[in-house]
Design a protein around this ligand. Structure first.
Ligand code: PMP
Length: 424
């Protein structure tokens, strides 16, 4: 692969690396997409399920977004003063998202999550960030993971991790750091729904302790509901971060929240500025995308198609007696197919064989299912037929005890999210 000579890891995004796929079976580069389908450089066609890891919520090359961007291109993309579209998109977000009183834009999810932590520190004059979930590559987030090489120890001492759906683990952080916690930063939903009013209790605890509550809605925003998981669960954070799903794949993110906190950015000593934030092409894409989600049946469609895939998959696993080995977890808008070995650990070989069988039948299977508005009934039905064939092969291999020898290339690896227990 030529890319390996000039690009470390041959990727810009961990989960897209060639090593995340069954090598020599999976394509390494995709060059075209339309609706729910993509084509590799050799012209092979696949039904796409990771959908670029979530951003492509309407479908590749979706006409309303393409046309909005094409119109904007005629007029230019970057200017020396803000483009008026920034106001329109901010207003759309304020209208759609419960906690949004004011909005700033960035380019990546981590711009928003890292700025949220900074604003919380500025607002509270405290340093510790209590965090759960994946929020991006910056030091503040990776300090709390095994990928902390290159991160100063001092940064690590101010990042404390807690577990999703485990309120005691958050209480412990407050007990150990009295009066020091600036923010609780959490993904509102992972592959499990919260139980025992977890989100309400996090909301309450943060308020009692004088810390800000930040929802990282990079993945849940515009997907579980127009107003994100905060609308779906009816729990309002102080600040929320958005990126995937807001512009159908164009590079834009947003931080939205309480006016008094957001207005800190008007101070001379609280700094956030990026040359490309507010670039007009992505704002045009965001406007077209959010309007489509508002006006059409997008969110219901994602739930419906996703639930059909989850139920269909779990039925097929049961049919082959493999429910202990593999399950599809999560909810319609985002689910993940997991493979386990007999002691409950993740089974990369089983996943790799299933992936191989799906790829050979034209399904781009990574385990993640992030359906788009373009995944129609016929495609979902076809996908389940392919899953049945792949499951038959896996069942046969488990019986014969020869999964590894059926692989036509090195097995798929694991991502940081998978290693941190988030399995995506
Ligand atoms: N938060 C969550 C929940 C995410 O899923 C991601 C991206 N996988 C990020 C933050 C970071 O976003 P980005 O990669 O755009 O910086």
């Amino acid at each position: 692969m030529r890319g390996r000579d000039v690009i470390p890891g041959c990727t810009q995004t961990g989960s897209k690396a060639p090593k995340q796929w069954v090598q020599e079976v999976a394509p390494t580069h995709l060059e075209k997409g339309k609706g729910c389908r993509v084509w590799d450089v050799d012209g092979n066609e696949y039904v796409d399920y990771p959908m670029a890891l979530g951003p492509v919520i309407l479908g590749h090359n979706y006409p309303a977004v393409r046309e909005a961007v094409a119109r904007q291109l005629q007029d230019g993309t970057m200017f020396s003063m803000p483009h008026p579209l920034q106001v329109e998109v901010a207003e759309l977000i304020v209208d759609s998202v419960p906690c949004a009183e004011m909005v700033r834009f960035g380019k990546n999810g981590n711009d928003a999550t890292t700025l949220a932590a900074k604003l919380a520190r500025a607002h509270t004059d405290r340093n510790v960030i209590a965090t759960q979930g994946y929020h991006g590559w910056p030091d503040i987030w990776t300090a709390a993971t095994e990928m902390d090489r290159g991160v100063p120890d001092a940064v690590g001492r101010m990042t404390e991790s807690f577990e999703y759906d485990n309120i005691e683990s958050l209480e412990t952080i407050f007990e150990d750091n009295p009066g020091e916690v600036a923010a609780v930063v959490t993904t509102p939903m992972n592959l499990q729904k919260p139980t025992d009013d977890f989100l309400e209790r996090v909301r309450e605890l943060a308020r009692e302790e004088g810390a800000l509550l930040v929802f990282d809605e990079v993945l849940t925003g515009f997907r579980y509901a127009l107003g994100g998981a905060q609308e779906y669960f009816d729990v309002e954070p102080d600040i929320a971060c958005f990126a995937k799903g807001m512009a159908n794949g164009f590079p834009i993110s947003a931080i939205a929240g309480r006016e008094d906190v957001m207005r800190l950015l008007e101070r001379d000593d609280v700094y956030f500025s990026e040359t490309y934030a507010g670039e007009a092409m992505s704002l045009a894409a965001a406007k077209a995308c959010i309007e489509t989600i508002r006006e059409e049946d997008v969110v219901d469609h994602l739930w419906r198609q996703g639930e059909t895939l989850i139920e269909g998959y779990n039925d097929i696993a049961a049919e082959f007696g493999l429910s202990d080995y593999t399950t599809c977890e999560g909810f319609g808008p985002r689910s993940s197919i997991q493979f386990y070995d007999t002691d409950g650990e993740m089974n990369r070989l089983a996943k790799s064989l299933f992936m191989q069988e799906c790829l050979q039948r034209g399904i781009l299977f990574s385990g993640s299912q992030l359906p788009s508005y373009s995944h129609d009934d016929e495609t979902v039905e076809h996908t389940l037929a392919v899953y049945r064939e792949a499951m038959a092969e896996l069942a046969d291999a488990i019986d014969a005890g020869d999964i590894e020898s059926r692989l036509n290339g090195p097995p798929a690896g694991t991502t940081l999210r998978q290693r941190t227990g988030e399995h995506d």
